[in-house]
Design a protein around this ligand. Structure first.
Ligand SMILES: [Zn+2]
Ligand SMILES: [Zn+2]
Length: 79
C-alpha cells in the first residue's frame, strides 16, 4: 500500500492524489482508480495490467534475487 502525488500544476494542470498498491508479481505501482482491478487469488493480492502478470502467477519473491542483483549493479555504477 502506498500513496502517489501527481503534481501537474507547473504545466497548468491539476494536482492529483492516488492511493497505490504494488503488483504482487512484478511490484509495479498500480494506481487505484476503480474497484475492479486484476487480482491474483493465489497471491491474495492485486496484479497490474501486464498480461504476463495477469495470465501467470509468478510471485515477486521469486524475482527478488534478480532485483537484488540489479540493485547491486546500480550501486556499483553509482546510481
Ligand atoms: Zn505486474
Ligand atoms: Zn500470483
Amino acid at each position: 500500500m502506498g500513496y502517489l502525488l501527481v503534481d501537474d500544476t507547473a504545466s497548468g494542470g491539476l494536482k492529483r492524489e492516488y492511493d497505490t498498491v504494488s503488483c504482487k508479481h512484478c511490484q509495479a505501482v498500480i494506481k487505484v482508480k476503480r474497484e475492479s482491478g486484476n487480482w491474483c487469488r493465489n497471491c491474495s493480492g492485486p496484479v497490474c495490467d501486464n498480461m504476463e502478470c495477469v495470465k501467470r502467477c509468478v510471485p515477486f519473491f521469486k524475482k527478488v534475487e534478480e532485483k537484488l542483483r540489479r540493485q547491486a549493479l546500480f550501486k556499483s555504477i553509482g546510481v
